[in-house]
Design a protein around this ligand. Structure first.
Ligand code: ADP
Ligand code: ADP
Length: 226
């Protein structure tokens, strides 16, 4: 089974705008996959539908064979999501944000605490564990979202523009962290509008423009064409 299978997915927003015009793609287990495209292409809409934050108009999405329509709870267990917007409680403490998220997945407190410690240390946030999230820099908030998304140890990690607005040094350290968890077996799917990011991180790539997939290939093959 594919980690992610999308078939004929379309999305028309309430104002009548057709953001996705029937896209199909498959991401294999263990892949490091980029959805690349210019602003407004439909990347966030696609990831939003996969992570159940946006309703689709038509089509099918399966995560490890679990349909989002018929088997949503199972599909969501497989997914960790890092949206573009910071969406945590600004007044909650860093460690508590991660532990609270674990609770949504029924993870026992003791395990939640261990995992929060593990991921916050990995992401260089352990020193900040008792600060309220509002006090963090943008880059720290981004890393906190990654720690939170990993606390239930999902098989697929989805990141929407993870390094937008992040300085070059932090970008590199986030890249090496993502490589590490991919090497450990987590399938990674990210959106980006930087070809350079897709090129240096990813194995396979789909290029989306105006709500349509215009290329779907390996990064290596794409670079040979350029
Ligand atoms: P990307 O992530 O590639 O920048 P998006 O998926 O965010 O693109 O947006 C695709 C298109 O859908 C854009 O033209 C955007 O303006 C439009 N769009 C996004 N959200 C909405 C919405 N809630 N209502 C109407 N149009 C929207
Ligand atoms: P609903 O079931 O009503 O669609 P959810 O419980 O799925 O609402 O989502 C509540 C919030 O939890 C969302 O805003 C989303 O950001 C977050 N969330 C949901 N699933 C995940 C996930 N797998 N990883 C990280 N955050 C998630």
């Amino acid at each position: 089974t594919a980690a992610l299978s999308i078939r004929n997915l379309s999305k028309t927003y309430d104002n009548g705008f057709e953001a996705l015009k029937g896209i199909s793609l498959e991401v294999e287990q263990g892949d490091f996959f980029a959805l690349l495209g210019p602003n407004g292409a439909g990347k966030s809409t696609t990831l939003g539908i996969v992570s159940s934050l946006v309703n689709k108009s038509a089509g099918e999405v399966e995560v490890f064979g679990h349909s989002l329509d018929r088997d949503k709870a199972q599909a969501k267990m497989c997914l960790g999501v890092v949206p573009q917007e910071f969406n945590f409680n600004q007044f909650e403490k860093v460690a508590d944000i991660v532990i609270t998220q674990a609770g949504y997945y029924g993870i026992p407190q003791a395990v939640a605490r261990e995992r929060a410690e593990f991921y916050l240390k990995k992401l260089g946030l352990w020193d900040k564990r008792n600060q309220v999230s509002r006090m963090l820099s943008g880059g720290m908030k981004r890393r906190l979202m990654i720690a939170r998304a990993l606390v239930h140890e999902p098989r697929v990690l989805i990141l929407d523009e993870p390094t937008a607005g992040v300085d070059i040094e932090l970008r590199r350290s986030m890249w090496s962290f993502l490589r590490e968890i991919n090497a450990a077996g987590t399938t990674i799917i990210l959106t980006t509008h930087y070809l350079e990011e897709a090129e240096s991180l990813c194995r396979n790539i789909a290029i989306i423009d105006h709500g349509r997939i215009i290329q779907n290939t390996s990064v290596r093959a794409l670079l040979q064409q350029l």
